[in-house]
Design a protein around this ligand. Structure first.
Ligand SMILES: [Zn+2]
Length: 178
């Protein structure tokens, strides 16, 4: 053990994403386990805050001190129900009749079944903005995805589920659409 461990910040990559925001770019880590996340602030389950830098990035260390790949994190609702409704309406306005027909054919549903639930289309930029993630999306982020508003008993939109053209599902951070 050296006492003078050099703090050398290394960038995360697609092969090793930042465990805090789960993105491959911008964030940094050191071999001794510190993580400097450029997107996460505040408490994160399984990590402790070492310090907040002058540029407002936060340096974390895993609480158990054994790895930097842990995926435990606090779930923070990204937006409130009102905003989900707006987003769902915006995405529903963006989908083209061709995209609806293509999805209807794939799901073997009549097109009106999709328009009835306000199925929409999210571009890659929309997905990024809404922080949508799915299993293995980090490795291969979709260029766009169909959106499916999730409603509560009062028909309020409480979240949005997404399905990439290749069928992979995703949902925004903090929402639990399977
Ligand atoms: Zn990060």
């Amino acid at each position: 053990m050296t006492t003078a461990t050099k703090k050398q910040w290394k960038p995360f990559s697609r092969a090793k994403v930042c465990p805090l925001c789960e993105k491959p770019d911008r964030c940094l880590y050191t071999d001794d386990g510190a993580i400097r996340c450029f997107r996460t602030t505040g408490e994160v389950a399984g990590h402790r805050i070492v310090k907040t830098c002058s540029d407002h990035t936060v340096i974390y260390r895993p609480d158990d001190g054994n790895e930097t790949t842990k995926r435990s994190r606090t779930v923070q609702p990204a937006t409130n129900p009102l905003e989900w409704g707006k987003e769902a309406a915006r995405l529903a306005a963006a989908i083209t009749p061709q995209q609806l027909d293509a999805l209807a054919a794939r799901l073997q549903l009549p097109t009106f079944a999709l328009t009835a639930i306000d199925c929409g289309w999210a571009s890659r930029a929309d997905l990024k903005r809404l922080k949508v993630f799915g299993k293995d999306w980090d490795q291969d982020y979709p260029d766009g995805a169909y959106s499916f508003p999730e409603r509560d008993g009062h028909l309020r939109v409480i979240g949005i589920g997404f399905r990439a053209v290749d069928g992979r599902k995703g949902c925004p951070k903090g929402c639990d659409v399977a």
